[in-house]
Ligand binder design. Structure first.
Ligand code: NDP
Length: 378
């Protein structure tokens, strides 16, 4: 294989020709994409030069995955922790002139060597940080949830438009091969009329002092962090946006999960076609990462459905057998194409897409509070 582009092309081709081979025949180690990237063919096209903001767990994963990118390069950082700055400068060869903290990153406006900033800080900080990045004239990639409510999300979209910068949300599953194959099959009518989706998203959260359990920084609880995968998944698996929501909350530990920090919410979504979704979002149960879709002629299952992979999938036709790809590597390659070349992904990854999920989350919280069905107007 000569180049990364070849690899992606062959991957796409294999999605068309080999979707139902036995899994073992294509089984690959989790770092398979890195092996594919080991080819040294020079890439002559444009490269998105990225600064990461908030050097925590996810930023480390993204930075490591970006080592295999050709179309995107990590060139800068924003951190509030001086020790991390030194460590990252060494690990990722980041020059001093591309290093910022939370007080001075607006100065990036005068730095022509950074094209985009990838915001991977706690959810409650995204709104202000994304707006500052946009005001500095840089494209923005923001982690999910893009904000803590739809109003904030819409403000971010509006300012990025005004400043003529792109705003993308880190929806890595929108580029995952097995997910895309199910979407292709649904569009091709292979499931017939799709009637039902089930999304189960949850894990048992540890340290009670972490920001994910702080309403101000997290914007909520499990729904903001993990339940959003079922919301987003329901939309891309069914190919529609819901028009009503019902939801019920249970809380077994009101100390760990304080007011405004949801522990477990079950919710139901109704779609214009008549399809319905039934979903679970929780911070207090394990082994929940499963999507299931059924239609008049067939079904699809992803289990696990949104973890870092390998994602496992099957349909009424058999196992889905695509190589595992490092999600964050593919995401950054594709995001580079979207930002620099105007590429249109199969499932949108833009700010408007992020606002849709937040609008549904707002409606779910409202349905929990009021104990009744909430209609969503688009
Ligand atoms: P971490 O806690 O591991 O890292 C967050 C980083 O943000 C910190 O290390 C810190 O970096 C910076 N930060 C700035 N202000 C604060 C503050 N007040 N409290 C805590 N940290 C602060 O979180 P994650 O990396 O797990 O999550 C970050 C974002 O990424 C979230 O929005 C989350 O939802 C999303 N995420 C997405 C995933 C995906 O698969 N798409 C997976 C995991 C997370 P520094 O010291 O450099 O300032």
């Amino acid at each position: 294989m000569k180049s990364r582009r070849d690899f992606l092309q062959k991957l796409t081709a294999s999605m068309v020709t080999l979707p139902f081979m036995p899994l073992d025949s294509l089984a690959a180690p989790a770092d398979n994409l890195q092996l594919e990237h080991a080819d040294e063919t020079p890439y002559a096209g444009p490269v998105l030069r990225v600064a990461l903001m908030g050097l925590g767990g996810y930023a480390n994963r993204v930075a490591d995955a970006m080592r295999a990118c050709k179309k995107a390069k990590l060139v800068g950082l924003v951190t509030g922790t001086p020790a991390k700055k030194n460590d990252w400068q060494t690990r990722f060869y980041i020059p001093e002139k591309n290093c910022y903290n939370y007080s001075d990153f607006d100065k990036m406006a005068n730095n022509p060597d950074i094209d985009a900033v990838y915001v991977t800080t706690p959810n409650g900080l995204h709104h202000d940080q994304v707006i500052r990045v946009a005001n500095a004239g840089k494209h923005v990639i923001c982690e999910k949830p893009m904000a803590i409510n739809a109003k904030e999300g819409q403000e971010m979209v509006d300012i990025c438009k005004k400043k003529n910068v792109k705003l993308l949300v880190g929806y890595r599953m929108h580029l995952e091969p097995k997910t895309l194959e199910i979407i292709r099959m649904r569009k091709a009518g292979e499931f017939g009329k799709v009637q039902f989706f089930q999304g189960l998203s949850g894990f048992t959260i540890g340290d009670p002092t972490q920001w994910r359990l702080n309403k101000q920084l997290a914007g909520g609880g499990a729904m903001m962090d993990i339940g959003i995968y079922s919301i987003n998944g329901a939309r891309y698996m069914l190919g529609e946006d819901p028009i009503w929501v019902t939801a019920q909350e249970t809380k077994t530990n009101p100390v760990k999960f304080a007011v405004g920090v949801d522990e477990t919410i079950q919710f139901q979504l109704g779609f214009p076609s008549g399809a319905v979704a039934s979903c679970l979002s929780t911070y207090n149960m394990n082994f929940l990462d499963r999507f299931f879709l059924t239609g008049e002629k067939g079904f699809a299952e992803l289990n696990p459905s949104t973890g870092y992979g390998p994602i496992m999938g099957r349909t009424h036709k058999g196992e889905l057998a695509f190589r595992h790809v490092t999600h964050q590597t593919v995401q950054m390659e594709e995001f580079s194409d979207i930002i620099l070349n105007g590429k249109q992904p199969t499932v949108p990854v833009d700010g408007e897409e992020g606002v849709k999920d937040l609008k549904i989350i707002d409606a779910i919280y409202q349905a929990v509070k009021e104990g009744k069905k909430v209609n969503i107007k688009w």
